[in-house]
Design a protein around this ligand. Structure first.
Ligand code: GLV
Length: 365
């Protein structure tokens, strides 16, 4: 039976502190920072405090089963490794270490277009690990198409199209820390990848977004016409866009404010999760990311209708603190904590975590 100890770390907060001591300061500012005044970053954590749990006593909890499936893929937990960039800035193994830890645990991992290891290296490292590929649209659709073909050939099981990063937000902490985001970081998927522009380009009285002609809803049809993989749309914060995504063929949506790293002032994903689930929950899977740190958070999100939640920064903390073993530790911690809160709330299976488990917290204002 797995113990709560191991790898020399207590909880996630320990791992975060250890990661902060080990990581290079510029990379750390990049990981930890958000956009603007970081109000959306803070909102992600606060959103969970607006809910309480309604535990049921004396349920049969002799066997706790946290397994589930995501678009038909069996996984050992209703959480997954969210796509984040540049793992090689935190540990030499980079995404290969992350992939190995996720595959060994049987959890789904999503890998970014902006990875430091190539998607072929990741696929070769975990031939059987459940993995999906996150796409940043390239201004020239032929370049996007090449990425899609490579992801299919390397055994990725779905495409996760990120739609909330047409330009990079103002990220003061990242800029002060000196993280460049200018092409100097090794790009595992090839030097030709076009990074999202740092911002609008002034053009007289107007501003232009280079390559943005490619970024309209039409691209979902274009993507679906060149792949047999299911398409997931990530970065949805309204019921309108959730409906539009599913109408355009998305099999799942990720409710997300990009870890508070894009539009500062955007709501926490958790705050809009109920409206998105009400709008598309019967037609598509709905996932959530942003601020998930505890088993409790997972219960709340699943209770509000998410099928799974994504872990962004916590995985990077594990990687920075202890490489592949650190990522394994994060996954094990969360699985153990989830099992504990499932037992405490009287929910032995993931499908027993439903809306009756959550209630609005009494207002403290
Ligand atoms: C990339 O996806 C980032 O948020 O920096």
């Amino acid at each position: 039976m797995a113990s709560a100890g191991g790898a020399g770390f207590g909880g996630l907060a320990d791992l975060e502190a250890a990661a902060g001591r080990k990581a290079n300061p510029a990379a750390w500012a990049y990981v930890q920072g958000g956009a603007g005044d970081e109000s959306s970053l803070r909102a992600n954590r606060r959103a969970f405090d607006r809910w309480t749990l309604r535990p049921r006593a004396l349920a049969d909890i002799a066997v706790i089963d946290p397994t589930t499936s995501l678009l038909g893929t069996s996984v050992t937990a209703p959480f997954y490794v969210a796509p984040t960039a540049y793992h090689g800035e935190l540990d030499r193994a980079g995404e290969v270490g992350t992939a190995r830890a996720a595959a060994a645990a049987g959890v789904l991992a999503m890998f970014s277009t902006l990875s430091t290891r190539s998607l072929e290296e990741i696929g070769a490292a975990v031939p059987r690990g459940p993995r999906w590929f996150q796409i940043y649209l390239q201004p020239d659709f032929r370049a996007t198409r090449r990425l899609v073909e490579r992801a299919e050939a390397a055994g990725f099981g779905a495409l996760v199209l990120t739609v909330d990063l047409p330009v990079l937000a103002n990220r003061d902490r990242q800029a002060e820390g000196g993280f460049a985001f200018d092409g100097t970081t090794p790009m595992g998927n090839g030097p030709d990848l076009v990074l999202p522009p740092r911002g609008p380009v002034r053009d007289g009285l107007l501003f232009r977004i280079p390559g943005a002609e490619a970024y309209t809803w039409r691209v979902l049809d274009d993507l679906r016409s060149i792949t047999r993989l299911p398409v997931v749309v990530k970065g949805i914060l309204t019921d309108e866009d959730a409906r539009r995504s599913v109408d355009c063929g998305a099999r799942a949506v990720v409710v997300s404010n990009h870890g508070g790293r894009q539009l500062d002032g955007a709501p926490a994903g958790l705050d809009v999760l109920p409206e998105v689930v009400a709008e598309v929950g019967s037609r598509a899977e709905v996932y959530l990311d942003g601020g998930v740190r505890r088993g409790r958070d997972i219960l709340i999100a699943l209770g509000l209708g998410a099928r799974a939640v994504g872990l962004g920064r916590p995985i990077l903390w594990g990687l920075a603190a202890g490489g592949e073993a650190g990522v394994s530790r994060v996954i094990e911690l969360l699985r153990m904590e989830l099992a504990t809160v499932m037992a405490l709330s009287g929910r032995a299976r993931v499908d027993a975590i439903d809306r009756t488990l959550v209630a609005a917290a009494p207002s403290t204002e």
